[in-house]
Write a protein that binds this ligand. Sequence first.
Ligand SMILES: Cc1cc2nc3c(=O)[nH]c(=O)nc-3n(C[C@H](O)[C@H](O)[C@H](O)COP(=O)(O)O)c2cc1C
Length: 176
Amino acid sequence: MSNEAELLAPDIASIVEHKHSLEPLQLRQVFGQFATGVTIVTTGSDTGEAVGMTVSSFNTVSLDPPLILWCIDKKTGCFDAFDRCKHFAIHVLSEQQDELSSLFARRGVDKFSDLGYHMNEYGVPLLHEYCARLQCTLTARHEGGDHVIMVGRVDAMHTQDRAPLIFHRGHYARIA
Ligand SMILES: Cc1cc2nc3c(=O)[nH]c(=O)nc-3n(C[C@H](O)[C@H](O)[C@H](O)COP(=O)(O)O)c2cc1C
């Protein structure tokens, strides 16, 4: 054990020793301790089709200018559509929308057929049910390992008075 590791508490020391061999499954479990909300992010494809996916990596960045971010896995089926998009919308889901979240996390299914939505002036699908809805213009993309970090400026926002859906340790939860 290095001198540095001996000075630390035992559990921290073990993390220092294993920092080069972090298993993806363990990482997923540890990252899952961080409770988040759940969003559906939407955009339009080059051919005008509605595209969307479930995203929990959404977060706020700045009030002035109003900036938000979210991260997209480079392996997702809709990566190309989001990589090319100039506009997208974030829908913060309510506690009644856990099934919708699961639907939008599934690959190769028709996600929009039974859903109330309309397209905005940029061809971005806007869902009619949400806690909060943010229409955004993409301002930056940053490399983030196997993900890309998407930064957007908020152009318009709406809220509905509903309790949010929570995601924690791989399960949906509600605020008590
Ligand atoms: C609760 C939850 C949160 C998720 N968060 C993200 C995320 O932040 N970024 C991401 O790339 N995928 C995330 N996913 C996975 C995508 O929703 C999933 O890969 C989806 O199938 C992508 O759509 P596509 O395969 O039709 O392109 C999440 C899934 C769930 C259930």
